[in-house]
Design a protein around this ligand. Structure first.
Ligand SMILES: Cc1ncc(COP(=O)(O)O)c(C=O)c1O
Length: 511
């Protein structure tokens, strides 16, 4: 760049923006050629990059070549500047979550609509903490979350038109943290601050670890964090009796049960807790002094509930105080976009609001508006509703439902392939698009099973042809095959299964 710095020159943005979009489009065209799981060693990048930041400006071409030499060249940015000796530095260290052969953890979708929404948000780059700082950002978020609440058939109490409403958090971890703070402060207002040592939180041993972290941050005494054993005979859902007994026991010893988290689609195996029965236990009963805040974590499987045939898993959500789903997992909305709804927004606001002089304004003072700064931990917030709005508008409910159903069909296909091979077993019945399975050990060698499956995971992932992850269920090492990347087709499932079979055959031949 000649002369002074012009950091937001419209014509340069146009030129570089087009080149970057070309670069990214080529990345997606070539995505199947990369090892899905990055194969670099720890510390690889420090060896490749200079020790200090450049004193003088470099070109976009220089940077793109560092990201991916071939892709930069293919974009034909500036062929004369292309140096074949430049070593690609960034993409080898990327694990390709958007690869059609990505089957690990849970998906983290991108889409053209989500990408464009992110682009627009980056372009406008406002910081919408209070309504006044960009009224459209707050109002669009309220409207889009009302739309999504209606798509999910959440009870009306979760809509912003009543006492509740939705808010976009960065992650499900932030969502559960803010509701635990709201629930904690609500109960402490009643029992006094010293009662914090008596507050008890309940979850199952299948609940995501983000709840434990929220309790740590929220000052819940570790000995009052009850991890109840999920029932293997109920496919690892929590039995209402288990919750009921734990709550009764704690109340009898003078403790105060105040928060319970149920899950639709647990991380390990997509178990679904029975919301209706569990929710009834959380409700205040005659003779008891407080009800338990009931949070539903549907971070992954919430997306499936937009289809009428899966909405049944949400039955009982009417008992909940808060509900969360990650649009950035399986709903085509680029990371980050975690939708949280509460029935009583005043509980959140009472916990999280501050009112410093420098942020005071007429609309807020007169209580005419929502100020989302009071619904979250940070002050600053991005215009994230744009990408969710784009996804809902550019795709529409019917196509979004078809998208989910297609992944579930692909999961059925994988499940059938596994079931046909007697060397493997399906470990828990599939509910959504995750298949939990394992390679069976040779007869009379059950102790060896965990090592065998651990080795299979390692060998499969080190081929670079696919990426899967694992979990433990009843102390058994299980392989997780989670379908949900936007580009995955049946051929990828069949190809991945072939790799799994081949690697398994090699391992079994050594037993
Ligand atoms: C059921 C469930 N809850 C919560 C989370 C945490 O999600 P986040 O990364 O958005 O905090 C996950 C992550 O996979 C999850 O599976």
């Amino acid at each position: 760049m000649e002369g002074g710095l012009k950091p937001m020159d419209a014509e340069q943005l146009r030129e570089y923006g087009h080149k970057m979009v070309d670069f990214i489009a080529d990345y997606y065209k070539n995505i199947e050629n990369f090892p899905v799981l990055s194969q670099v060693q720890p510390g690889y990048l420090r060896k490749l990059l200079p020790e200090t930041a450049p004193a003088h400006s470099e070109t976009l071409q220089d940077v793109l070549e560092d990201i991916d030499e071939q892709d930069a060249n293919a974009c034909n940015l500036d062929p004369d500047a292309f140096d074949p000796d430049v070593e690609t530095k960034i993409l080898p260290g990327v694990t390709h979550w958007q690869s059609p052969d990505y089957f690990a953890y849970f998906p983290s979708n991108s889409s053209v609509a989500g990408f464009l929404g992110e682009m627009l948000s980056a372009g406008i780059n406002m910081v919408g903490f209070s309504w006044i700082t960009s009224p459209a950002a707050t109002e669009l978020e309220m409207i889009v979350l009302d739309w999504l609440a209606k798509v999910l058939k959440l009870p009306d109490e979760f809509l912003s038109t009543g006492q509740g409403g939705g808010v976009i958090q960065g992650t499900a971890s932030e969502a559960v943290l803010v509701v635990i703070l709201a629930a904690r402060d609500k109960v402490l207002r009643r029992f006094g601050k010293d009662a914090i040592s008596k507050l008890v939180v309940y979850c199952s041993d299948q609940t995501h670890s983000s709840l434990q972290k929220a309790c740590q941050i929220g000052g819940i005494y570790p000995e009052n964090f009850r991890v109840l054993k999920a029932d293997p005979s109920r496919d690892y859902a929590l039995s209402p009796d288990t919750l009921s007994e734990a709550v009764s026991h704690d109340m009898a010893t003078g403790l105060i049960p105040f928060f319970f988290c149920a899950t639709i689609g647990t991380t390990s195996s997509t178990a679904v807790d029975p919301l209706l029965e569990l929710g009834k236990i959380a409700k205040v009963k005659p003779g008891e002094s407080n009800s338990i805040w009931f949070h539903v974590d549907a971070a992954y499987a919430g997306s499936a509930c937009i289809c009428p045939e899966y909405r049944g898993y949400m039955n009982g959500v009417e008992e909940a105080d808060s509900f969360n789903m990650n649009a950035h997992k399986w709903f085509l909305t680029n990371f980050d976009c975690s939708a949280l709804w509460v029935k009583d927004r005043s509980a959140l606001i009472q916990s999280l609001s501050t009112n410093p002089e420098y942020l005071k304004n007429k609309a807020s003072q007169e209580n005419l508006v929502v100020d989302y700064k009071d619904w979250q931990i940070p002050l600053g917030r991005r215009f994230r509703s744009l990408k969710l709005w784009m996804v809902l508008r550019l795709y529409g409910l019917e196509k979004l439902q078809a998208y989910i159903r297609n992944h579930i069909e692909l999961a059925k296909l994988f499940e059938e392939l596994v079931a046909q091979d007697k060397r493997f077993e399906i470990v828990t019945p599939r509910k959504f698009s995750l298949v939990c399975f394992r390679l069976l050990p040779p007869p009379s060698n059950e102790d060896y099973a965990n090592k065998l499956n651990h080795d299979l995971l390692d060998s499969v992932n080190s081929t670079g042809k696919l990426f899967i992850s694992h979990t433990l269920l009843s102390d058994r090492y299980i392989l997780r095959f989670a379908i949900g990347a936007p580009l995955t087709e049946a051929r990828h499932i069949v190809g991945a299964w072939k790799v799994l079979q081949d690697e398994a055959a090699t391992l079994l031949s050594k037993c």
